[in-house]
Ligand binder design. Structure first.
Ligand code: PLP
Length: 699
């Protein structure tokens, strides 16, 4: 049984079972070439004719053309090529064609990219002009009115893929008509198919591309509508299929499948009604509001397709939200699918003028008209689970005090790090080199776990700790004055490993000692032995600029050096660490080999390096049906210190994709642990179905 809940239907959708049967039939029973005149060919041609006739009725094609192709990207190319070739001919004939290629600021990238490409190739040298949208994502009709007289082509969309915002096509048409514009008009109807009523031939739309996979047909099949009388130039020439409009033997499996979807749409017995879809959206939105306090929706529901929600949560990045949803097996995307591997802000939301946190933190949750009641109910329960996981990890506010963490915590942003040394038993902690970007998160963490902060120290003088100290309020220990590094005046004297005198503050059973070196400071975290901090007892050293030789006789080879900058994701290093280049390539373990590896190494430890909220939200069994230790990368230094001091049992790191676990394995190998591995492909590729396993427990 799959635990996956797919809420990314604007990226692509599940294929309708009837479409799979139709495709199978077209490949098995009716495999003929529809251009063949024998009976086998004629049987295939029926599929083609029926699908086209059904599409023509549904879309109101009238006397226009409707051709099958590979999808919307091809349809967009064909529309742009057709328009631009006609424009060139008209201009060559001395006609004034306008100077602008106008496209909506929130169009799919296929549109401006095709306009730029064909404009360049055809040597038209028209100017690409972005049509602004308002804060709700609607095209500015006043801006269109201004440019319409100069527009050679206008490209807008029926509904946006990131927000579901529905365009005012009637309004756009009226502006074009009022201005007497001769511009060709393309409307990208990809997200509208099956969700908006379209009667194309009753409009002045010249071109309308569609993609089957956005409405439960497979990928690689699409359609293009061309208005009767609109110019047309074939993109692909050859055997003359599709009435010479799109050569190449037809994708009959795709056409049969799309035909089955269109037939279901026409019958009206398969897809949910608008009212049902609105109800589904309302339930998801209610669950999000309850689970994620402060959630804001980036799309106006009353002007959007009911199947798309786009939201952001204050204090959470889209990466964090994506990760927690993915752990709960809820598939959503950050902004649009094409750009979701990067944490870049969404250009669609930017165009709507939303603040950066909403644009860079956006999550799109989209379902299709095929979605059922049970999926929505399950999705709501998973959303609740994600909220609980984020609350327990102190990433969103909670009424309850979270279970305190112990040990070292590394917070990283763009190569820079803040560190926190935590002692759960005494509920106290010390913050080292806090970055301004982390102030809010550190404060939330301290409040949520109810720590008392003993000191906020820096390795450089006056390093901007004041804001954090202020924000910590009663959680900051103000018993003593502090110097310009934040070092408290009541620190007690200790002797370091080389006999030098230093001062230290206590953190539970450990101390943090301060080492001065000119303008720079280093801090050593370890355990005192008779008022001394011998080199072997120093577990961690924090130093911004002090060279390793300055520390050499006061730390040992087991001391982990915790950097204030970590561009390469090394997390920590040591005086004997191996350079990255010498690390063996056998650090990758394939999931197929995992069972055998674990049997051969019963002492191996499986380590989940995802963040605690991902671990807590996980619903599927872990690899090989085993329990795993949760050691997020932010805690790797703490655990690495312990692993390096113990018997070296094999460590198999895993994460969602294999990326973070590889960093962990390399870190351990660099530090001298010979048996550190990363599960290649991560949880995404691991076979997890066969093992029934209770939910993992937090470590
Ligand atoms: N236009 C819109 C609005 C889309 O959402 C997409 C797909 O994401 C496309 C065009 C391109 O479609 P395809 O990749 O199927 O060619």
């Amino acid at each position: 049984m799959t635990t996956e809940i797919y809420l990314d239907s604007n990226a692509t959708s599940v294929v309708l079972p009837a479409a799979i049967s139709a495709a199978t039939d077209a490949m098995g029973q009716r495999y003929g070439n529809p251009s063949s005149t024998h009976a086998t060919g004629l049987k295939a041609k029926v599929i083609l004719d029926e699908a086209r006739a059904c599409a023509a009725r549904l879309l109101g094609v009238g006397n226009g053309r409707l051709m099958f192709n590979s999808g919307a990207t091809e349809g967009i190319q064909t529309a742009v090529l057709s328009s631009l070739v006609a424009l060139r001919e008209r201009r060559d004939a001395g006609e004034a064609i306008g100077t602008l290629l106008v496209y909506g600021a929130t169009e799919h990238k296929a549109v401006p990219e095709s306009l730029a490409h064909w404009n360049r190739l055809l040597g038209l040298n028209l100017t690409l002009h972005q049509l602004p949208v308002d804060h709700e994502g609607a095209h500015s009709l006043s801006a269109l009115r201004e440019v319409a007289p100069r527009a050679a082509m206008v490209c807008t969309m029926a509904a946006n893929n990131e927000t579901g915002v529905i365009s005012d096509l009637g309004g756009i048409e009226a502006v074009l008509a009022d201005s007497g514009s001769q511009a060709y008009w393309m409307v990208d109807c990809v997200q509208g198919l099956g969700k908006l009523k379209l009667d194309l031939s009753s409009t002045r739309i010249d071109y309308a591309p569609f993609s089957g996979h956005k409405l439960n047909a497979p990928k690689g099949i699409g359609m293009l509508y061309v208005r009767a009388g609109a110019p047309f130039t074939a993109l692909i020439q050859g055997g003359g299929q599709e009435a010479g409009q799109r050569s190449g033997t037809e994708n009959m499996a795709g056409i049969a499948a799309l035909g089955a979807v269109l037939a279901a749409l026409e019958r009206g017995d398969t897809f949910r009604t608008q009212a049902e879809l609105c109800n589904f959206r309302a339930r998801l939105a209610d669950s999000l509001r309850a689970a994620l306090p402060g959630v804001v929706f980036n799309n106006p529901f009353d002007k959007s397709l009911p199947t798309t929600l786009n939201f952001a949560v204050p204090g959470l990045s889209s990466r964090e939200l994506m990760d927690v949803f993915d752990a709960a097996e809820v598939r959503v995307s950050a902004g649009s699918a094409c750009s979701s591997s990067k944490a870049a802000p969404s250009y669609v939301l930017d165009a709507m003028g939303l603040p950066l946190w909403r644009s860079a933190g956006a999550i799109r949750m989209s379902f299709g008209p095929l979605t059922d009641e049970a999926t929505i109910a399950a999705a709501c329960a998973r959303i609740e689970r994600c909220g609980a996981a984020l609350r327990a990890s102190c990433l969103i506010p909670s009424d309850r005090t979270a279970v305190p963490h112990d040990g070292l915590l590394q917070l990283g942003v763009e190569g820079a790090c803040s560190w926190m040394a935590l002692d759960a038993a005494s509920r106290s902690c010390i913050v080292i080199d806090p970055l301004p970007e982390h102030a809010a998160r550190i404060e939330a963490y301290v409040r949520c776990q109810n720590y008392q902060v003993q000191a906020v120290v820096s390795t450089l003088p006056n390093a901007g700790r004041a804001m954090l100290v202020e924000a910590l309020g009663r959680h900051f220990n103000r018993a003593a004055d502090a110097d310009e590094y934040g070092w408290p005046s009541n620190a007690t004297p200790v002797a370091l490993g080389n006999g030098a005198a230093a001062s230290a503050i206590t953190l539970g059973e450990q101390v943090l000692a301060c080492v001065a070196g000119g303008q720079l400071r280093a801090y050593l975290l370890g355990t005192l032995e008779a008022a001394q901090l011998p080199a072997v007892s120093v577990r961690f050293a924090f130093s911004a600029g002090l060279a390793q030789q300055d520390l050499r006789d006061i730390i040992s080879e087991r001391t982990l050096l915790c950097p204030t900058r970590d561009e390469q994701n090394h997390f920590c290093t040591s005086i004997n660490a191996e350079p990255a280049a010498t690390i063996a390539a056998d650090a990758q373990l394939d999931s197929a080999a995992l069972d055998a590896f674990l049997q051969a190494h019963p002492d191996a430890c499986l380590v989940d390096v995802r963040e605690p909220y991902e671990f807590a939200a996980t619903v599927a069994p872990l690899p090989a049906g085993r329990m795993a230790l949760s050691v997020p990368l932010s805690r790797l230094a703490e655990y690495a210190s312990a692993w390096l001091r113990a018997e070296q049992a094999p460590l198999v790191f895993f994460c969602r994709s294999g990326n973070r676990s590889m960093k962990a394995a390399l870190c351990l190998r660099r530090l001298g642990h010979r048996h550190a591995y990363s599960l290649n492909g991560g949880l995404a590729l691991a076979s997890r179905q066969s093992h029934a396993q209770p939910l993992p427990m937090a470590a």
